[in-house]
Design a protein around this ligand. Structure first.
Ligand code: FES
Ligand SMILES: [Fe+2]
Length: 378
């Protein structure tokens, strides 16, 4: 007989109060049950700041970026008054996406379906062949706004109208990233990976405090002083950091991963920022469905001139190799999570504090969200 547990039972099966030495991971159903994925979309991804683009893409009036966040089409656009605004990218006529490019520049936002036009401030400017329509208030038919903000080199939105500012949401991360001066780096290239695993499997893999590095990433391991690896949890972020050592074993990694320290920031729920000297990559983990996620890597360098292209390409290739090594493991883990032999796993006190922070934050959001949903249904 197959027992179907309720969402409440699944959420209740994780103890978020256990100290790390006694803690387990979130149980397997959290990674494989459609109802949990749906609840995450309504809560976690609908009330956190989500990265949707790069600041340099919306620097000038009329420049925009579009994205899908928690299943919602959104657009962020710089107005003629230089104010950055976010909107649901949903036409008020018959719900088509108004902006269909990922980024660009326009004077007006023009819906491709029946030609309605919106200003850069979201106001409805014109509707062809709409004479004779009664009780239609143009003022009430602008694009619906959402919160948008720029932090460092990135553009974010938050679907929750009540959300606190991005700085207060990110908390201590803001101060920790500032000294690294990532604003001096320049965007170079992106890579995208579609992975057959729940988005949390990828995040867990990132947050295991280097536990898997000596086993899975021999090249990367050769430049990190693994024993000195540190893990700090604060607010909604975890910083994993390691002193660097010079590598004789892997010349490509040694040449492209330099400086005194490696800095690996994770910001709840799905953003990673990785820095070495003169280098940054960001990883944005986007859930596709309960079994699939997409990870977008953006690479930034201090020097993106033509003369540095070969070096930068080599650096991106080193990053891609690490990613390939992670990919297979993440897909194996997703399969294992579905096995009747697995329920939940224990955590290494030395290595896996970041994972516990992630699971606790997630549990708080989901429990909160499911109570609200239950209260609304009463
Ligand atoms: S749906 Fe946009 S104009 Fe009709
Ligand atoms: Fe890894």
């Amino acid at each position: 007989m197959i027992t179907q547990y309720s969402v409440q039972q699944i959420l209740g099966s994780y103890n978020d109060r256990a100290p790390l030495s006694e803690a387990s991971t979130i149980p397997a159903p959290w990674y494989v049950d459609d109802r949990i994925a749906e609840l995450e979309s309504k809560t976690v991804f609908s009330n956190t700041w989500q990265m949707v683009g790069r600041a340099e893409q919306v620097e000038k009036p009329g420049q925009f970026v579009s994205a899908i966040v928690a299943g919602e089409p959104i657009v962020v656009v710089r107005g003629n008054d230089n104010v950055l605004r976010g909107f649901f990218n949903v036409c008020r006529h018959h719900a088509a996406a108004v902006v269909t490019e990922k980024c660009g520049q326009a004077q007006l936002l023009h819906c491709p379906y029946h030609g309605w036009n919106y200003g850069l401030d979201g106001s409805l400017k014109g509707m062809p062949e709409f004479d004779g329509v009664k009780n239609f208030d143009r003022q009430q038919n602008g694009l619906a706004p959402i919160q948008a903000a720029v932090w460092e080199k990135f553009v974010f939105v938050n679907l929750d109208p009540q959300a606190s500012s991005i700085e207060s949401f990110f908390g201590g991360l803001v101060k920790r990233v500032a000294p690294l001066q990532v604003s001096k780096l320049h965007y170079f290239d992106s890579r995208q990976y579609d992975i057959h695993c729940n988005w949390k499997v990828f995040v867990d893999n990132y947050l295991d405090g280097g536990y898997h590095v000596p086993h899975l990433h021999k090249g990367l391991s050769s430049v990190l002083d693994y024993k000195e690896y540190t893990i700090e949890n604060e607010d909604r972020y975890c910083l994993q950091s390691s002193p660097m050592v010079s590598s004789n074993e892997d010349t490509a990694t040694g040449a492209t991963r330099q400086g005194d320290r490696a800095w690996y920031f994770w910001q709840y729920p799905n953003l990673m920022i990785n820095c070495y000297e003169g280098y940054m990559d960001t990883n944005l983990v986007i859930p596709i469905d309960v079994d699939h996620c997409r990870v977008i890597f953006d690479f930034y360098f201090a020097d993106v001139s033509e003369s540095s292209r070969a070096y930068n390409d080599q650096s991106v290739a080193v990053g891609a190799r690490v990613q390939d090594e992670d990919l297979g493991i993440c897909e194996d883990v997703q399969r294992g999570l579905k096995s009747r032999a697995y329920g939940a796993g224990r955590l290494s006190v030395r290595r896996e504090a970041g994972e516990q922070l992630f699971h606790r934050l997630l549990a708080a959001d989901l429990k909160n969200g499911s109570q609200k949903t239950a209260a609304a249904a009463d």
